[in-house]
Unconditional design. Structure first.
Length: 221
């Protein structure tokens, strides 16, 4: 089970990585940092769960932009060197709000998961929503029958790739590195989550095999 607590730099990297046009403009040094900070400030504060000073976001953007230059100096050694991969298909992304159920019901739902999927991923987001990546099984869908709001509860037809990078290895900007690598190979991620130990990529099921091979080749090089 995984939980997420993001710092401002992590939230900034996450937001920029998910927005391909901003990401590409930043790589080409075609973006105004202050204007971008104003644009993404509401998203940063939503992920952090607290107000964030605009200058703090500007500094985080600048440091992230500087990292592209730093990566040029170390690109001879892959960020994914010695990483371990695992691919699981038949995955669905379950998203619900803490406003939909109380804490006792949430605990009950999670305890039931062990009966069907011991390898599920659980994320508590800053905006009071919960995300669960789990096998798409009828019994698991039934667990959520008690939730009154079922609209957009399930997103199916997905696969997840778990990347574990050794602790003694530099993990900075690994998510953006992976996103760029897959993008250049014609594969777009649906979502990405990261913790102290793992990076979890969520992809369409039909893209998962190609993404896995691209990542495996990068690890092997």
């Amino acid at each position: 089970m995984r939980t997420i607590n993001l710092s401002v730099p992590e939230a900034v990297r996450d937001i920029i990585t998910r927005n391909r046009s901003i990401y590409d403009c930043m790589k080409m040094d075609l973006i105004n940092y202050t204007a971008l900070a104003v644009k993404i400030q509401p998203d940063v504060e939503r992920q952090i769960g607290n107000p964030v000073n605009l200058n703090t976001i500007v500094v985080a953007i600048k440091r992230y932009a500087d990292s592209f230059l730093e990566k040029e100096d170390v690109k001879s050694e892959s960020v994914l060197k010695n990483a371990r991969l695992s691919l699981t298909d038949g995955i669905m992304d379950v998203r619900f709000s803490s406003n939909d159920i109380d804490k006792k019901e949430t605990a009950s739902i999670l305890s039931k998961f062990e009966q069907y999927d011991s390898d599920y991923e659980f994320f508590r987001m800053a905006d009071s929503t919960f995300r669960i990546l789990t096998e798409d099984l009828v019994d698991i869908r039934r667990i959520f029958e008690s939730i009154p709001t079922t609209k957009n509860l399930f997103n199916s037809g997905l696969a997840k790739i778990k990347i574990r990078i050794p602790q003694d290895q530099n993990r900075s900007d690994a998510v953006s590195y992976v996103a760029e690598l897959l993008h250049n190979s014609g594969v777009e991620m649906q979502n990405a989550f990261f913790s102290q130990d793992d990076i979890i990529l969520v992809l369409k099921e039909e893209d998962a095999s190609k993404a896995y091979e691209v990542l495996r080749a990068e690890i092997s090089r």
